[in-house]
Design a protein around this ligand. Structure first.
Ligand code: PLP
Length: 364
């Protein structure tokens, strides 16, 4: 079976972890601090704060800009639940805006329509490794005095123009879960240029406990700390991320060349000026062929997945907000049509030929 994704862990990661274990300092410490510094440099931001997941990072970023009960947060319904669950955790209301058919990313025009006096922030998601239309989003955010919190969980290493994923908006969040382009096992990061946000995030991840003072709590916080074991893995991964991303980009290009001729499918579209890091290589398959194609590929030993089979507004956790089928037609259409094919950095040329040949075979 040609797997869809797997982590790339080598002897460097093994060695780094064993050093940490031998040192005895296995909780949050020097390695985490070093990782934070390196991510800030990598993304071109002033501060970065490590977490034990991407969801925790988003939760913390939203908390740090003051999101509270009664606020409205505009986000995309075509994403992983971890984008929107922090909105619920803070008692705020998730207000969805539909996405663009070509990039799968949030549509700035629809964001504009969803803003109210209660809107506090917009959370765009750099889906599948391509950054959103921040040029348009930032104009809207400025005009309406709302913050942008970038969900860059799938986009480490991506950029638009000369700006990296993680450097858009007031703050951004990364995930280093095992299936992401780089991993620490579980892990996350907030990146920001704001010292206030950075300070609040550091408190929030540690029970709201005053720095340097034990058992003095400024507000309700959580235990969202990253461990040095995870940070040690991540530091090694960060050394490899550019070459891993480059292989994904090369593989995507090869796959697109091979599949160009097939009328029934739409290839991934990367906007001018954007560098996508192809967290996923996602095609659209028309005329109800998607599920049959997936079955066929499975029978031929090629894995593929549907990200995402159901847009968020149709899940029961959002039920109380009264969303229904038909509210976000593009996101719903995409849920019926998308299919992500393997684009892993370690795919061989033969595997790429096999994947594309089997897709072609299906449509023959
Ligand atoms: C992975 C992911 C998250 C959540 O990250 P975890 O580390 O799994 O908590 C949030 N948003 C998006 C878009 C993701 O892909």
């Amino acid at each position: 079976m040609i797997q869809l994704s797997k982590p790339f862990l080598g002897k460097e990661e093994v060695h780094a972890v064993s050093q940490v274990v031998k040192s005895g300092n296995i909780v949050q410490g020097k390695k985490t601090a070093e990782f934070e510094k390196k991510i800030a440099d990598y993304c071109g931001v002033k501060y970065s704060i490590a977490f034990n997941s991407g969801t925790a990072a988003i939760h913390s970023a939203l908390f740090s800009i003051g999101v509270k009960r009664g606020d409205e947060i505009v986000t995309t319904p075509f994403t992983f639940i971890g984008t929107a669950s922090p909105i619920l955790m803070l008692g705020a209301k998730p207000v969805f805006a539909d996405v663009c058919l070509d990039t799968f990313n949030i549509n700035p025009e629809d964001v504009k329509r969803k803003l109210t006096k209660k809107t506090k922030a917009v959370v765009p998601v750099d889906l599948f490794g391509q950054t959103c239309d921040y040029e348009a989003l930032e104009v809207i955010a400025k005009k309406h005095k709302v913050s942008i919190i970038e969900d860059a969980c799938q986009a480490i290493g991506a950029n638009s123009g000369n700006k990296s994923a993680g450097a858009f908006g007031r703050a951004a969040a990364f995930s280093f879960y095992a299936t992401k382009n780089m991993t620490s096992g579980e892990g996350g990061m907030v990146t920001t240029d704001s010292i206030e946000i950075a300070k609040k995030c550091r408190l929030f991840r540690n029970h709201g406990q005053k720095t340097g003072k034990n058992y003095d709590y400024l507000f309700l916080g959580y235990n969202y700390r990253m461990t040095d074991v995870n940070a040690a893995i991540a530091l090694e991964q960060l050394k490899k991320i550019d070459s891993l991303n480059k292989k994904r980009i090369d593989n995507a290009k090869r796959i697109s060349e091979e599949l160009r001729e097939i009328e029934e499918i739409t290839l991934p579209i990367i906007k001018k000026g954007n560098k996508s890091v192809f967290h996923q290589y996602t095609i659209r398959v028309g005329n109800s062929h998607r599920d049959k194609l997936r079955e066929f590929l499975l029978s031929r030993g090629v894995d593929s997945r549907v990200y995402y089979p159901k847009p968020l507004h149709l899940y029961s956790v959002f039920k109380k907000y009264g969303y229904k089928k038909g509210d976000f037609p593009i996101a719903e259409k995409l849920s019926r049509e998308v299919l992500s094919l393997p684009v892993r950095p370690d795919l061989t040329d033969r595997e790429i030929m096999r994947i594309t040949k089997e897709v072609k075979n299906y449509f023959k």
